[in-house]
Design a protein around this ligand. Structure first.
Ligand SMILES: [Zn+2]
Length: 307
């Protein structure tokens, strides 16, 4: 969130040489301050290094908490230490991974041993297994012990909150779950939403940039106008929480990208020329942060429109 922290010279030098996928999965906000913010109904979020973590901390019930995503080991350790100091956590009812990417799962070993249930979408678990095998890091990250396909829910200890996981189709990856705290009415969208930041899209893991806006529309219709959303990532100086209007804005970005690339393909613009001439996407000027991923967006759209 903090631009000053983000833009140190050394960080920028590292950004300039790292391949874009590696850059993203290793986390692009290495110098953030750890911060735990409560929203409502004992649900809150934690920002440090990597995708936003969602938390449910039932007051006086330190064994019934929920953690959604785990960032990286040190960031997860810091959160665990903060929660233990507050007396808020001894055991977890549920540990959920919204999807398999390293900036959301590398801290799994910190929390998995505390969790009664560790869950993700079944494709996310497979993606995680495949990714770790590719890197020769098979045993480095705790895998979900439970998976689901369409939806899954459970009542949490204490009887005051239920958590549900829903799958809406291919988008950022092929296995993105939305984690909804039903009574608090707070939903963690994982990387289905990049707030005013060019999104990463992982076609190799089943992602679908053409279907992504449909998924967002379904999400808006499934939850309601009072739902508060937690986002995986945001541009510097933009919040990692928001409402359905932010989902609508991101839908508009993806639709504008589709329209733009389609038109340029028709005009005979090559992918290289398209990358060279593109600044912001016409119709979605707010998306100008995370420039390293703009080309990934153009490539993914180009590939899906020109299979
Ligand atoms: Zn991701």
């Amino acid at each position: 969130m903090n631009r000053r922290n983000f833009l140190s010279n050394t960080t920028m030098a590292a950004l300039a040489v790292a391949p874009v996928t590696q850059l993203f999965t290793k986390g692009y906000r290495p110098l953030a301050d750890p911060k735990l913010t409560m929203l409502r109904g004992n649900v809150g979020y934690y920002t440090n290094r990597g995708g936003t973590i969602g938390v449910y901390l039932p007051g006086g019930m330190p064994e019934g908490g929920v953690i959604v995503d785990t960032q990286f080991p040190e960031a997860a350790q810091t959160l665990l230490r903060m929660l233990k100091e507050k007396g808020e956590l001894t055991k977890l009812g549920v540990l959920a991974n919204t999807h398999h990417h390293g900036d959301h799962t590398s801290g799994n070993p910190v929390f998995a041993g505390l969790a009664g249930t560790h869950i993700s979408h079944e494709r996310a678990k497979q993606n995680l297994i495949d990714n770790l095998a590719q890197k020769g890091e098979e045993d480095s990250v705790a895998l979900p012990s439970t998976t689901f396909q369409g939806s899954w829910s459970t009542n949490l200890p204490g009887g005051k909150e239920s958590v549900s996981l829903n799958y809406f189709g291919k988008a950022h990856t092929g296995g993105d779950a939305v984690v909804h705290f039903e009574n608090a009415n707070v939903a963690h969208l994982g990387d289905l939403l990049f707030n005013r930041r060019f999104p990463y899209i992982d076609l190799g893991s089943g992602g679908d940039i053409l279907n992504w806006p449909n998924v967002l529309k379904d999400i808006r219709r499934t939850y309601n106008k009072d739902t508060l959303y937690i986002f995986g990532h945001a541009a510097d100086d933009y919040p990692v929480i928001g409402t359905s209007s932010d989902i609508k804005a991101f839908e508009l970005y993806l639709k504008s990208l589709h329209k733009y690339v389609k038109k340029e393909i028709k005009r005979g613009t090559s992918l290289n020329d398209l990358k060279k001439k593109t600044g912001t996407i016409p119709g979605a000027p707010e998306w100008k942060f995370g420039e390293q991923l703009r080309n990934v967006n153009l490539e993914a759209m180009h590939k899906q429109l020109n299979p």
